[in-house]
Design a protein around this ligand. Structure first.
Ligand code: SF4
Length: 467
């Protein structure tokens, strides 16, 4: 396994100081920033770090995009039509930049780590002031200070990536948050761009993770989600800590009541992880386990390195060991060469497992991946039809699965309040990720509430408070 490379704290400090001192010189210009972030939780968490660095440097958040003097687009290249959307949104700023020459526009994130796309964007939109890739995140203040000094900056660096500790973070919530435990991915699923834009797998030191969780607990956070592209292959070389051991260590942090994690690759899911889920009370009884396809032929073309049988075996083992567990998944339809028979196998698997949520996608080619070069691409209308049928099938399974909750009791961590109903409805999740709505107001947000399930509405459960 590769040794982790950590960025020296002095380098980070230098970067932050450079921008902070420049900000002092520019005081009075009233810089306010707005970050538009696309994509997954990893990207959202990067946006929290960008916010942290900006606030350390003296920027404050703008109340709206229109009032911002720095606009930052944190891009993603995983989702469909991402490039078109980002290019469209940036192109639309041309007029505004003409009217507000002091406006700074920056673009970063996964899409900008694809050098060809980044160069194209930088050339097409000369009014963009700053472009940088994912490996330059911690250099952002330094790059920004050059931009503030009037330079047009392009910084995309090839690298396996480093681990940066100690970046300031402005967290979106106050009781539930994300903690990144590893970066990058080694799996090279044939449709996925992540290994090319996020580098190879590298795990943070367990003591740094535990220290971060402890400081979050001290600030009142009760639920954390450990994040990584494939948390099951978390491994810290220096002292042989693997993911189940990390869960055990994080579990010892007082004040943290719920521990979630994502994403798990089925090929790396070990019996030790199932045991950790079954025996560590704070580890939630929910697992997001992307299956992607129910056909062995397609799984092999996707380079997923497990079979349908192996996946179903894991589901059986997890259900046998972990009380009340729920599974969620990701599925791609219309992968190159997928036949009607392959797709039927996916439908059959969905019926057999009964996921509590399936995040479904139509395959779309990603520049630079192996699947994008495959000749037998599936026509759009076939993909659309399969997506509709798959969604109908998973909605049916969900309806059936939800029935068993009626009459049961559980504890909800309240996330928000919906005022569209006649009386306000509080909502939040059970430990197994099922969403429950029950009568309650915004004062309950952040608290744990015991509820009895009385009904079902759309994909969620309806409950009533139990004293
Ligand atoms: S496991 Fe596969 S799908 Fe997930 S990030 Fe890695 S390459 Fe992409």
């Amino acid at each position: 396994m590769r040794k982790t490379v950590e960025v020296p704290p002095e380098e980070l400090q230098k970067s932050l100081e450079a921008s902070a001192s420049l900000m002092k010189e520019l005081e009075g210009r009233g810089f306010q920033y707005y970050i538009e972030s696309y994509g997954c939780q990893m990207n959202d968490h990067d946006a929290e770090k960008l916010s942290g660095m900006l606030q350390t440097c003296g920027f404050s958040p703008a109340p709206s995009k229109e009032e911002a003097t720095l606009l930052l687009f944190n891009t993603c290249c995983v989702r469909e039509h991402a490039e078109k959307r980002v290019f469209g949104n940036i192109g639309a700023l041309k007029k505004r930049k003409e009217n507000e020459p002091g406006l700074l526009i920056g673009v970063c994130g996964c899409m900008m780590q694809q050098r060809e796309v980044a160069e194209r964007l930088f050339k097409r939109f000369p009014f963009v002031d700053l472009v940088f890739g994912t490996h330059e995140l911690h250099h952002f203040p330094l790059l920004l200070s050059r931009t503030l000094a009037g330079e047009r900056v392009f910084s995309v660096r090839e690298s396996d990536g480093e681990i940066v500790e100690g970046l300031p973070v402005v967290r979106g919530g106050s009781f539930s948050t994300f903690v990144t435990i590893m970066y990058g991915c080694n799996n090279f699923c044939s449709y996925c761009i992540v290994p090319y834009v996020r580098g190879r797998e590298r795990s943070r030191a367990p003591e740094n993770i535990v220290a971060e969780v402890r400081s979050l607990a001290e600030r009142g956070f009760r639920e954390i989600t450990l994040l990584g592209q494939n948390v099951n292959s978390y491994a810290y070389a220096d002292d042989g800590v693997d993911f189940p051991e990390l869960l055990r260590r994080v579990s010892t942090v007082e004040g943290i009541e719920r521990i979630r994690f994502m994403t798990s690759h089925p090929k790396d899911l070990s019996p030790r992880l199932i045991e950790a889920m079954a025996t560590l009370p704070k580890v939630c009884n929910h697992i997001h386990l992307p299956v992607q396809s129910g056909s062995n032929r397609i799984l092999s073309e996707m380079n997923r390195r497990y079979t349908r049988e192996k996946y179903l075996g894991l589901v059986e083992d997890i259900r046998a060991a972990v009380d009340g567990v729920e599974l969620t998944t990701d599925i791609i339809v219309g992968f190159p060469g997928e036949t009607e028979e392959d797709f039927e196998e996916t439908l059959a698997l969905v019926r057999q497992v009964g996921f509590s949520a399936a995040y479904t996608f139509m395959y779309s080619p990603r520049l630079g991946t192996r699947a994008a070069e495959m000749e037998n691409q599936v026509p759009e209308e076939v993909k659309k039809d399969r997506l509709l049928r798959l969604n109908a099938c998973s909605a049916e399974q969900l309806k059936v699965g939800n029935q068993k909750y009626i009459g049961q009791e559980g504890t909800v961590l309240v996330e928000g309040c919906d005022r569209r109903e006649k009386a306000p409805m509080a909502y939040g999740k059970l430990t197994n990720f099922k969403m429950v709505y029950f009568p309650g107001d915004a004062g309950l947000i952040g608290s744990m509430r015991h509820v009895r399930i009385t009904g079902i509405q759309n994909n969620s459960l309806i409950g009533e408070p139990v004293e």
